[in-house]
Design a protein around this ligand. Structure first.
Ligand SMILES: *[C@@H]1O[C@H](CO)[C@@H](O)[C@H](O)[C@H]1NC(C)=O
Ligand SMILES: *[C@@H]1O[C@H](CO)[C@@H](O)[C@H](O)[C@H]1NC(C)=O
Ligand SMILES: *[C@@H]1O[C@H](CO)[C@@H](O)[C@H](O)[C@H]1NC(C)=O
Length: 184
């Protein structure tokens, strides 16, 4: 116990520079899940755009796309829940669940492809979820001008302009998007 607390104290002493920190400030520094920003996006069918044309997704569907970013480590953690989304996913990308770069009302390339939310209830049409973390460099499987649209992208770009990004999922029946929401 004594050794452990000495090691902890010395680690903290090394981490702390001029200004002494209170315990409540130390905790996030020690956590492996420290985020520099978080996003809670409610994605709906009415926000889906094909090019610049509103193209509503599945009626009654809703998505809760929760993200935690650590831009120092280029990590993005996700907890995505879809409700009322039916049928299989479809996208030319590696997966059909993305963060794209575009402002509200516009379309843009995917920058990150997340594992698709999968059924977690007895009724597979009702609730689907995907939880985990991804670390850059990112690939989407979509080429623009011969280059993967994830290449060179870092999550810091989201923090610098969250309104310039949206998140969505695509199904076979709603290819432009089943639900969509802006990160800000
Ligand atoms: C989306 O737009 C493209 C190009 O204008 C068009 O070919 C396609 O049919 C549209 N898709 C839907 C589902 O509206
Ligand atoms: C993901 O979000 C759901 C809904 O808010 C929550 O019940 C669940 O505990 C979360 N999972 C994790 C691993 O945080
Ligand atoms: C592809 O190249 C064209 C011409 O240089 C450019 O206008 C366009 O923005 C590029 N597309 C992407 C997605 O980078």
């Amino acid at each position: 116990m004594k050794t452990a607390s000495l090691i902890l104290a010395s680690a903290l002493a090394n981490a702390v520079t001029a200004t002494p920190l209170k315990w409540k400030d130390w905790k996030p520094l020690l956590s492996p899940f420290y985020f520099t920003s978080t996003y809670h996006v409610v994605a709906t069918p009415d926000q889906v755009i094909n090019g610049t044309t509103p193209t509503p997704g599945e009626p009654g569907a809703i998505g809760h796309y929760n993200y935690g970013i650590n831009s120092d480590l280029d990590v993005i953690c996700f907890n995505i829940t879809l409700m009322g989304v039916t049928g299989g996913y479809q996208s030319p990308a590696l997966t059909a669940t993305h963060i794209h770069e575009a402002v509200a009302g516009a379309s843009g390339p995917p920058r990150i492809a997340f594992p698709n939310p999968l059924p977690i209830s007895d009724d597979p049409s009702v609730v689907r979820r995907s939880v985990g973390c991804l670390t850059g460099p990112f690939t989407t499987g979509v080429l623009a001008n011969g280059t993967d649209t994830g290449v060179g992208f870092t999550v810091k770009e989201i923090e610098e302009n969250p309104a310039g990004f949206f998140t969505d999922s695509h199904t076979a029946r709603y290819i432009p998007g089943v639900v969509r929401g802006q990160l800000s």
